[in-house]
Design a protein around this ligand. Sequence first.
Ligand code: AHG
Length: 280
Amino acid sequence: MKEIFEAIEKSAIEIADAIDRDSFSYSETHNAHGDHQLELDLECDKIIEDNFRSVSNLRGISSEEKDGFLELGEGEYLISYDPLDGSSLVDVNLSVGSIFGIYKNEFLGKNLIASAYVVYGPRVELVIAVDEVKMYRLHKEEKKFHFVKNLKLQEKGRITATGATQNGWSEKHRNFVRDLFDGGYRLRYSGGMVPDLHQILLKEGGIFSYPSTTDRQKAKLRLLFEVFPFAHIFEKAGGRAVTEELSRVLEVVPENLHDTSPCFFGSKSEIEVVEKYYGR
Ligand code: AHG
């Protein structure tokens, strides 16, 4: 897997340069989710694809920006990735990210053997989860990532991030959010999943939720490209990731590459609050 992580590091360095350099105009294309793609989305996708093409032992890759699976060889590993998550935040200069899931055999949560994400913010940081969750920071002149620390969640945090249109939230979700605020939690939501979850991991606790809404029963976030990798990272950091049915996110079986699911990622105490409201 060393080669895969090297390809991710190289991609991160090239994407950070592209974000600094490129214009943020829209392309003429839409992705499988109907999102209008930025030129930058397409460039980041290409950077990652090119870097993975030179990795041996890959069977193929699937990108959030592409409809299908791209076969690369006879290798052992499959990779799903979101090249530029939160791309609607690029023009307002908020942090964005790339997300990667590395699987054996099939794109199933239980087959994830490693996951990673990169945050492009004031600093570029890379987090990789295999058995432990390790954070690295880019030294821009050296063009190298240096290990910073392991990330581990405490039992309980103090922040909450919750997405989707509030007028479409269920009563359960409203009550869940109210319970957190009544309990003294502070809202921390940028609209970028990568920096929002990175903040929870670095503050060592809290909860991120993206619920179903009246107009979007399956919510917005994509299982393969966003939800599985973060579920894996949160579990390895000592937290949990569950669906609205309270099953483990990593046990959800997607029917299609681009399936979405409501999801909650948090430390143990906050997931118990989810259980209190969604269990009813
Ligand atoms: P996009 O890449 O289209 O900007 O979407 C970002 C994702 C995810 O990163 C974030 O948590 C979520 O969409 C925000 O969605 P809402 O604005 O609906 O809360």
